[in-house]
Design a protein around this ligand. Structure first.
Ligand code: FES
Ligand code: FES
Length: 181
């Protein structure tokens, strides 16, 4: 089957998609967007986190067919051209990136958190990122990075987020039954 979806503001197509393929698979293997990582393929690690109609989902748990006609935002959509998003800059500067496998999912989840809570507490950060596992950093640098990004975003206008972010999110939305995390 053919899947057509808006991904980071662009209409993309994937052809010859088998019904068992996941959104993560077609993003990485058919749409040329390998930023979202496949670490567990079971909805456990959060490394594949993307926006689906403005709601965070584990792309490994979303069937490719469910992406038809939807609005998707991936880590590739965070940066504005060559300019990194403040969340990306903060992760790099705070030392929150080691092997980097968890980083794309953490960046999308942190972006979502800061859109909802511009100045989150440690507890709010820990809760928001609880679905994103990191085996390398011990999480303290990740907390530092989110606080750093929050401070910078408060001091400058928010660049456009990825298309698919901040859409009609909310409990009970369509993504709620599709790997929403
Ligand atoms: S790859 Fe681990 S949650 Fe999707
Ligand atoms: S930096 Fe290696 S898993 Fe997080």
């Amino acid at each position: 089957m053919r899947i057509t979806a808006t991904v980071n503001g662009e209409i993309l197509q994937a052809d010859d998609v088998w019904e068992g393929e996941s959104l993560l698979y077609i993003l990485r293997e058919r749409m040329g967007l390998p930023g979202s990582k496949n670490a567990c393929e079971q909805g456990e690690c959060g490394s594949c986190t993307v926006y689906l109609d403005g709601v965070l989902v584990c792309a490994c748990l979303v069937a490719a067919g469910q992406a038809q006609g939807r609005d998707i935002g991936t880590v590739e959509g965070l940066a504005g051209g060559d300019a990194l998003h403040p969340v990306q800059e903060a992760f790099a500067e705070a030392g929150a990136v080691q092997c980097g496998f968890c980083t794309p999912g953490l960046l999308v989840a942190a972006h979502d958190l800061l859109a909802r809570h511009p100045a989150p507490s440690d507890l709010e950060i820990r809760e928001a990122l609880a679905g994103n596992l990191c085996r390398c950093t011990g999480y303290e640098k990740i907390l530092d990075a989110v606080h750093l990004a929050a401070g910078r975003m408060a001091a400058q206008p928010e660049p456009d987020g990825p298309a698919g972010a901040g859409g009609p999110a909310g409990a009970g939305g369509p993504a709620a039954a599709e790997g929403a995390r």
